[in-house]
Ligand binder design. Structure first.
Ligand code: UDP
Length: 370
């Protein structure tokens, strides 16, 4: 009887989870969580890719390199303004959720795919779990901030990367509303830990010392004035140290729109790379300069100082420890910070963002083992 029961449990997962993802950082986060979920016989995962990122080197490559299995559904929705993108995603996600009838929907981070997934599930009375909950930049002009605030408000289970994020959600009344808040740690720390041994050099030759730079936030690249200011800052930086810049497709479009000579500039623009090459680029860099959320932490995981090309960050601990310098967009300020940091020895005494096993905490909580 007991044996029968065990076999029944093994063959019939009692928790069906639909994961909704669509953008590059979500493939990285989901790769580690999905791997942890697969260790639980009682969990069945169904993956919906909204199609938000669709170029091979922004999407498929991550599934292949990181062993994330092919999505069960690819909705192919991309290249639209925010409302149209979110609305069309919701229509298609609703169809899938009504057919799949999951016990939970799992969403990641702060993109339009995140919000579309959370809002659709909530309207269908399906509990929502949000990974990377409780982060705040307090800049509501950022589409990402709007997405993360609303997704947290809609979620029934909140996985936080930091204690500060837990406290933020408590301050917003989520705990008293009966929502489960779990301090899981940062899943991107898991990704860096698991995949660092597999890092590999990109095909392009690299200088001995370089600043690794990424730029794609709407506030920096959608406004031609600010974009030109950022390019000037990077060109100035190149007079001190080479700057290698994997070019986000959205940024490429903005550069083309202002007629910037991408292939004839001191800035070393390269195509976006996969995660394993990105880890190599990070590991061999002298400094990191970025407006990305994820890269600020990855710089720290690789023990590199980071210069953040924004006026605020949601990863405030890094700034508090002096690992991350929030410099905004003023070129001389950026250049000065680069020059100041170049010769500072890397000293990183504080351990932040958990123990690199966040995905296991998430999987165990979802499987009802915690
Ligand atoms: N990344 C990558 N290849 C690149 C640029 C970035 O693999 O050419 C990775 C980076 O290491 C990080 C993630 O993509 O893990 C960050 O994504 P992005 O900057 O697009 O989003 P954000 O973190 O700002 O939401």
């Amino acid at each position: 009887m007991r044996l029968c029961q065990t076999l029944f449990d093994l063959n019939h997962p009692n928790m069906k989870i639909v994961t909704i993802l669509g953008a590059r950082p979500q493939f990285i986060k989901a790769a580690v969580v999905s791997r942890a979920l697969s260790q639980h016989n009682d969990i069945q995962e169904v993956i919906i890719h909204t199609g938000q990122h669709f170029d091979r080197n922004m999407s498929q490559l991550f599934f292949e390199e990181m062993g994330l299995r092919e999505p069960d559904y690819n909705l192919g929705i991309h290249g639209l303004p925010h409302a149209a993108l979110t609305g069309r995603m919701m229509e298609r996600i609703e169809e899938v959720l009504m057919a799949e009838k999951p016990d939970r929907v799992l969403v990641y981070g702060d993109t339009d795919s995140t919000l579309a997934g959370a809002l659709t599930a909530k309207k269908l009375h399906i509990p929502v779990a949000h990974v990377e909950a409780g982060l705040r930049s307090f800049n509501e002009a950022m589409p990402e901030e709007v997405n993360r605030v609303l997704t947290d408000r809609l979620s029934d289970l909140l996985f936080c990367p930091t204690e500060l994020a837990v406290r933020q959600l408590e301050a917003e009344g989520r705990k008293t509303a009966g929502v489960q808040i779990v301090m899981s740690g940062d899943v991107m720390k898991d990704a860096a830990r698991i995949f660092s041994p597999l890092m590999r050099a990109p095909a392009t030759p690299l200088p001995d010392r370089y600043v690794l730079c990424t730029l794609h936030r709407a506030e920096n690249v959608d406004n031609p004035q600010i974009l030109k200011q950022m390019l000037y800052a990077l060109e100035l930086t190149c007079q001190t140290i080479p700057t290698v810049c994997p070019l986000h497709p959205h940024t490429r479009k903005s550069l083309e729109a202002i007629g910037y000579p991408i292939d004839h500039t001191p800035i070393r623009f390269i195509e976006p790379v996969g995660y394993l090459e990105m880890l190599y680029l990070l590991n061999h860099s002298t400094l990191v300069m970025t407006d990305s959320g994820g890269l600020q932490k990855e710089a720290y995981y690789m023990r590199k100082y980071c210069i953040t090309l924004r006026n605020e960050t949601e990863w405030t601990e890094l700034a508090g420890c002096g690992y991350n310098h929030i410099v905004g967009t003023e070129p001389m300020n950026i250049l000065q910070t680069v020059q100041n940091l170049l010769d500072v020895p890397p000293v990183f005494p504080f351990e932040l963002y958990g123990d690199g096993h966040a995905a296991e905490v998430i999987a165990e909580t979802l499987g009802g083992k915690r």
